[in-house]
Ligand binder design. Structure first.
Ligand code: ZN
Length: 187
């Protein structure tokens, strides 16, 4: 759960990162940036800010901004009916971004979120910078983390059904709950 104030603050920070990376946003889009805490309630450590440009039954295009050191938790895109699952291309426009996939443990630059050693199982590290991109096949387990200055990346994919993604961390709930401030605290 995050509060409205946290949501607004994260939207502002994300918009600043996106604009610094050269993405121009309309005022409506700034407010449309989705802030996800994955139900963990520690947004600055594990979370993401996502602006969806298009999301149809066939394709999706999004821009993701991560705050400095913020981690998008380990997940994979599940098959749905006859669809093998989301194929996703990540293209970094402001890095560094540390991407982790299966393979030999080469984790050096990033770090496992505190207390979460069990649920970050893939640790093959790729340090991605402006213009670096990777295409992940359906079912490929992955997670990524912003470097010390935050990160901005595009996600181009086949149809996205984020709500059905698999997460290694059993505490994760994909739908973020936004709590209104208690009455009396708002002027
Ligand atoms: Zn993904």
């Amino acid at each position: 759960m995050i509060t409205r104030a946290q949501q607004r603050q994260a939207q502002e920070q994300a918009a600043r990162l996106m604009e610094a990376a050269g993405i121009r946003l309309s005022s409506g889009e700034r407010e449309a940036i989705a802030v996800a805490d994955f139900g963990l309630g520690r947004l600055e450590t594990e979370g993401a800010q996502i602006l969806t440009f298009v999301d149809t039954d066939r394709i999706a295009a999004k821009v993701i901004a991560l705050l400095p050191g913020q981690t998008l938790p380990e997940h994979w895109h599940r098959p749905v009916g006859s669809d093998p699952g989301k194929e996703e291309t990540l293209r970094v426009i402001a890095g560094p971004l540390y991407l982790y996939t299966p393979g030999p443990d080469t984790l050096r630059e990033g770090r496992i979120p505190p207390g979460k050693e069990q649920v970050y199982s893939v640790r093959h590290e790729r340090v991605m910078r402006l213009g670096d991109q990777v295409t992940l096949a359906p079912g490929d387990v992955h997670w990524f983390q912003a470097g010390p200055t935050g990160a901005v990346l595009y996600s181009f994919s086949t149809t996205a059904r984020d709500i059905l993604d698999g997460f290694t961390d059993p505490d994760i709930v994909r739908q973020t709950v936004i709590a209104d401030e208690p009455r009396g605290e708002t002027p």
